[in-house]
Ligand binder design. Structure first.
Ligand code: NAP
Length: 329
């Protein structure tokens, strides 16, 4: 063993299995422990990872997790992360949390959307990799962004930072069903979703708070469930300052992401889910109507990779000083 000793909690979930798949082949990581919940002590196997990872899934136990790992990935329900992270912080391993529990900085917003989350003694880095590299280098706790916020913030942040956005921003996002995790509910059951598309969470989705926190302005965010297993396509309707040219928008994106290995700028060749599925890419396309200043942005990513495990591994790479692409290409 020569890499960083990493542990995965929640390794039997959708995000956790992606983490295992990526980290098992990572050149600088040794997966020393991978845990499910503690509800069952039977041996768990992951058929999709046969031939990729040969370890054993064990029931959750914090002592074993912290003894075996110097850095832990948490792919848990947010209530479990909320309870666990303070304990992990005390024990020492670095933490990359895929849940929303520690993403919101404002105490009132946290109390509203993540009431089980306690105050942490340490600062938490928000892990939108391409936009927060400096904060990630020294971070001991990283809150990896939600899948929808990643798809909305990557296209919007450069425009907001340049002061180009004006007026209302509407974020209309469509997600595959794996975004809801592996346990089916009445809403996510195959027979409910097959052959249907539905909006949900209008003015009541906690990712709105996360997007607004990072963007620093209000948005209308409407998520939809579409009958796909994975992938998010986000269409954003915005307005830019009068006189903004198509060349200026293109140059802004080029400056923001020209050197970013996992953001592909598609401009008028609008992206689609098939092109990013099972990859760590976020593809961004756009069309500007220069007469009216109306800008339509389209971004696509795989919710389980760039929207979850892949971005977490990208953050791991930066936090540990490795090549950002390690284990991801
Ligand atoms: N799915 C996505 O697209 C996505 C994207 C971004 C972020 N996220 C976030 O990532 C986290 C994981 O999501 P997911 O979709 O992978 O969830 P999931 O498929 O439901 O998996 C949850 C995992 O956590 C384990 N677990 C449940 N309760 C636990 C507890 N109290 N203690 C220890 N382990 C426990 C489960 O083990 P068992 O197998 O034993 O039940 C399973 O391994 C969530 O917070 C989610 O919001 C998900």
């Amino acid at each position: 063993m020569s890499g960083v000793r990493v542990g995965i909690a929640g390794a039997t979930g959708y995000g956790g299995q992606e983490l295992l798949r990526l980290l098992a082949r990572h050149p600088h990581a040794d997966v020393t422990v991978a845990m499910a919940s503690s509800t069952s002590d039977r041996v768990r196997s992951l058929p999709a990872l046969t031939g990729v990872w040969s370890g054993t899934i064990t029931p959750f136990a914090i002592d074993e997790l912290t003894a075996a790992a110097d850095l832990v990935f948490l792919a848990l329900p947010e209530s479990a992360s909320a309870a666990l992270v303070p304990n992990l912080v005390e024990r020492g391993p670095r933490v990359l949390d895929l849940s929303g529990a520690f993403r919101l900085r404002d105490a009132a917003a946290r109390a509203r959307w993540y009431p089980q989350t306690p105050e942490l003694a340490l600062p938490v880095a928000y892990g939108l990799t391409e936009r927060r590299r400096d904060a990630l280098r020294e971070a001991r706790v990283v809150a990896c962004p939600g899948c929808y916020p990643t798809s909305a913030l990557l296209p919007l942040e450069p425009l907001a930072a340049a002061g180009l956005l004006e007026g209302d921003i509407v974020i209309d996002a469509k997600s595959g069903i794996s975004g809801a995790g592996k346990t089916p509910s009445e809403r996510t059951h195959f027979s409910e979703r097959h052959g249907s598309v539905a909006a949900y969470g209008v003015f009541g989705h906690r990712h709105t708070a996360e997007i607004e926190q990072e963007l620093g302005r209000p948005v209308t965010f409407v998520p939809h469930l579409v009958p796909l297993d994975r992938g998010i396509l986000t269409t954003i309707y915005a307005r830019v300052r009068a006189g903004t040219t198509a060349a200026a928008v293109a140059e802004l994106f080029e400056q923001a992401y020209g050197g970013a290995p996992f953001v592909r700028l598609r401009e008028g060749a609008l992206p689609e889910i098939k092109h990013v599925a099972h990859t760590n890419f976020c593809d961004i396309g756009w069309k500007l109507d220069t007469d009216s200043g109306r800008l339509v942005l389209v971004s696509c990513l795989d919710n389980l990779v760039k929207g979850a495990a892949g971005q977490a591994v990208q953050n791991f790479n930066i936090a540990c000083g490795f090549d950002e692409r390690a284990g991801l290409v």
